[in-house]
Design a protein around this ligand. Structure first.
Ligand code: ATP
Length: 475
């Protein structure tokens, strides 16, 4: 797809999200609030389903990973220990003429970097598009334009800390400064001792957490891709302090993370792995890879897998004065190494939406331009929509009974009796509902209904009393 089509696609997705209640601009009645979004009725269901699939896969279905929900505002020493206070910053440059601010590394990135996706595909067209797409929104197409004319004139880069500062208590003094967490991970490390003391769990094991994180991003943009507040799903997987074990676990997690996206519907050709160059790594990191996705605005990070050695626990031990060593019979106490898979839920949702978006060319029985969201049924906001063909002769009563059976069986469903059947199908296709059920006059005679499949548009007659079990089988 060329850049214009990519932009078009992104605009269409943003507009669908607003129109059908997935994502709204936050504080819209007050003119909005930069790069902050609210999730509407469909969006919250989709996001909850992604989180629940993640939690089921990585926590409840595994013996070696347990969950946690730590506070957003922690003792500020946490961020001293983790290094976020001193070094969680981006190099900021400002144009002396138009005063726009950009991350220096993103401007350089625009000019220098080729994505591994583009290189892997060896597709010059994609490569060109991706290079252009890496340009921050405000820089302009050639990467140089200033809105006051000509090229930008950059100041020297200054470090800009990304943590949001706040005050706890009635006074706004130095001692009452606190921070909104910029990642969920540190709450896991600071609870390491509590978790090992209150659970019978042995290394190797992981602690998982899903929750909000906050970053005062300098160049947010691209819809929900980079926002000021977002949700992370992170695992700290603790292992013996051994480089080979760390490398093995790291490779396993790269595959696990990739599989999560593939199993829930991301197309293989849109995923790629980018291993960080040596000069991108923090001093303690023994390797980091990004799972990247081919977003319409360019190939960008969806999730990251990092080998963090014993750095975090070591730092918290030092700053708290507490013993954070792990004890195992027959071995000297040790601080474990950790491998960290870190997912962004908002970015995952955006990738699922992009991959699912399908506009008919008119050859599949739909009208040209009609939109179907081909979301995996497991994450679709609504699984089944139930329609009476007409509002008479007892059809709505039968349809409402089916609807009630479905919601009683924990299947998110929707009842709709208004408009033509074709229109009702289209409304459901647009929000990704995998199945529609229509109660018609034959239903009165033989207790069957029409079950219509979103993707194939095939319709079959099914027995009313078999609906719940056959849908349950698929989700
Ligand atoms: P980037 O390089 O894009 O700024 P990062 O490397 O700083 O991302 P991490 O610190 O590794 O990101 O965070 C883990 C995950 O959290 C990311 O892979 C991404 O999915 C998500 N994430 C990070 N920052 C944001 C943000 N500002 N908005 C939405 N999601 C984010």
């Amino acid at each position: 797809m060329n850049q214009e089509n990519n932009e078009n696609l992104m605009n269409k997705i943003v507009s669908l999200c607003k129109r059908r209640g997935f994502v709204y601009p936050a504080s819209e009645i007050y003119g909005g609030f930069a790069n902050t979004f609210d999730y509407g009725p469909m969006g919250v269901e989709l996001k909850n389903n992604i989180k629940s699939e993640w939690w089921k896969r990585f926590v409840t279905s595994r013996e070696d990973i347990i969950g946690l929900d730590s506070a957003i505002i922690q003792n500020p020493k946490t961020w001293e220990a983790s290094g976020h206070l001193s070094s969680f910053s981006d190099p900021l440059v400002e144009c002396k003429k138009c005063h726009s601010r950009f991350r220096q590394d993103q401007i350089k990135e625009t000019r220098n970097k080729k994505s591994s996706f583009a290189e892997a595909t060896e597709d010059r067209q994609i490569q060109n598009n991706n290079d252009q797409n890496r340009i921050p929104d405000q820089v302009g197409d050639d990467g140089q334009k200033c809105k006051n004319g000509g090229e930008h004139e950059w100041t020297e880069a200054k470090d800009f800390n990304l943590m949001f500062k706040t005050f706890v208590g009635p006074t706004q003094e130095k001692d009452s400064v606190a921070y909104l967490r910029p990642e969920t991970a540190q709450g896991i490390f600071s609870n390491f001792k509590n978790v090992i003391q209150s659970n019978r769990i042995k290394i190797p094991f992981g602690i998982a957490q899903i929750g909000k994180a906050f970053r005062n991003e300098i160049t947010p943009g691209n819809f929900t891709f980079r926002t000021l507040e977002f949700e992370q799903a992170e695992i700290e997987y603790f292992i013996e302090p051994n480089k080979e074990k760390s490398a093995t676990e790291y490779n396993k997690w790269i595959s696990e993370a990739k599989k999560f996206f593939l199993d829930l519907g991301v197309k293989k050709e849109n995923l790629s792995i980018r291993e960080h160059e040596k000069d991108e790594l923090s001093h303690y990191s023994m390797g980091t890879s990004d799972i990247e996705y081919n977003f319409p605005f360019g190939v960008s990070e969806l999730a990251g897998i990092a080998q963090r050695s014993d750095y975090d626990l070591f730092q918290h031990q030092k700053y708290s004065g507490q013993d954070l060593q792990y004890r195992e019979e027959g071995k000297e106490p040790y601080i474990p190494y950790v491998v960290e898979p870190s997912f962004g839920i908002d970015r995952a949702m955006l990738a699922f939406l992009v991959d699912a978006y399908d506009e008919s060319d008119g050859s599949d029985g739909r009208e040209r331009g009609e939109v179907t969201l081909r979301l995996n049924p497991k994450i679709a906001p609504i699984k089944v929509a139930v329609f009476p063909l007409m509002k008479k002769e007892g059809l709505p009563e039968i349809a409402k009974k089916i609807y009630k059976d479905l919601i009683d069986a924990d299947l998110a469903s929707f009842y709709d009796e208004s408009g033509s059947i074709g229109r009702r199908y289209r409304r459901q296709d647009e929000i990704g509902t995998p199945w529609c059920i229509t109660v018609d006059f034959d239903s009165l005679k033989d207790d069957t209904v029409t079950l219509r499949d979103r993707d194939t548009m095939k319709q079959e007659r099914v027995k009313i009393n078999e609906i719940v079990s056959s849908i349950k089988y698929h989700v």
